[in-house]
Design a binder for this molecule. Structure first.
Ligand code: PGA
Length: 246
């Protein structure tokens, strides 16, 4: 399976800053052919990113979507609007949205259905809130995965994002732990979707110092990067993790 390395900019980078970012990034990742890269800008920068990444092979997408296609939902954005902008993947279920907006697993299931109906891939974040034992962590993660039973596995990516490892002041989880959880998530997904392997990528304080050792673990299909990737040079370093040119 090709590795998948991407970033969500969260609520960072204006459209103007996004163009500069992509202009810096383009030559730095031009040699990458063996893995897939993606960028999830805020809505306001998607159009700029589309123009700036044209012809690079880097995919772009969004960080959130309303489950309905249209209607009276002030301030919201729907899957057909994102598909029309060339988005091919949409992140849902991030712990910051669960925390800030009380988003639930049921909403995640509805969002995933909408994303897939419009031909895009659902990138679903799962993870336990506190460091714990593996069985306890899987107890927290299992219901987050259970709502994906009816989702098409061909257009699904799961991001394992332990909440305690995300954001300012946090540190990435240990590679051995990440590998064990990823294996447990793969086992769980296999009971739901059979042989079709769903990519499971890791997110939480990834930087160029930790990327290669995390990517090296069996069961880790890629990386999902937050604050480190706000610097395009650092994102390019992470994108090369584990390659001879890293
Ligand atoms: P971080 O964010 O890399 O800044 O910890 C990760 C994430 O939320 O996906």
């Amino acid at each position: 399976m090709r590795r998948l390395i991407g970033t969500s900019w969260k609520m960072n980078l204006t459209a103007t800053a996004a163009e500069k970012y992509c202009a810096t990034l383009r030559p730095l990742i031009a040699d990458i052919t063996d893995r897939d890269l993606f960028i999830l800008p805020p809505y306001t920068s998607i159009h700029a990113v589309r123009g700036a990444l044209h012809g690079t092979g880097v995919r772009w997408g969004a960080q959130h979507v309303h489950p309905d296609d249209r209607g009276a939902h002030t301030g919201d954005v729907s899957a057909p609007m994102l598909a029309d902008l060339g988005c091919t993947l949409v992140e849902i279920g991030h712990s910051e949205r669960r925390r800030d907006y009380g988003e639930t697993d049921r909403l995640v299931a509805a969002q995933a259905a909408s994303i897939q109906r419009w031909g895009m891939t659902a990138l679903v974040c799962v993870g336990e809130r506190e460091p714990d034992t593996l069985p306890a962590a899987m107890n927290a993660i299992r219901p987050q995965l259970a709502v994906l039973a009816d989702v098409d596995p061909a257009r699904l990516i799961v991001a394992y994002e332990p909440v305690w490892a995300i954001g300012e002041g946090a540190r990435a989880a240990q590679p051995v732990w990440i590998g064990e959880i990823h294996q447990a998530i793969h086992d769980r997904l296999a009971t739901m979707h059979g042989d079709r392997r769903v990519p499971v990528i890791y997110g939480g304080s990834v930087d160029s110092g930790t990327a290669a050792s995390i990517l090296d673990r069996p069961g880790v299909d890629g990386l999902f990067v937050g604050r480190s990737a706000l610097d395009p040079v650092e994102f390019a370093r992470i994108a090369h993790a584990g390659t001879p040119s890293a």
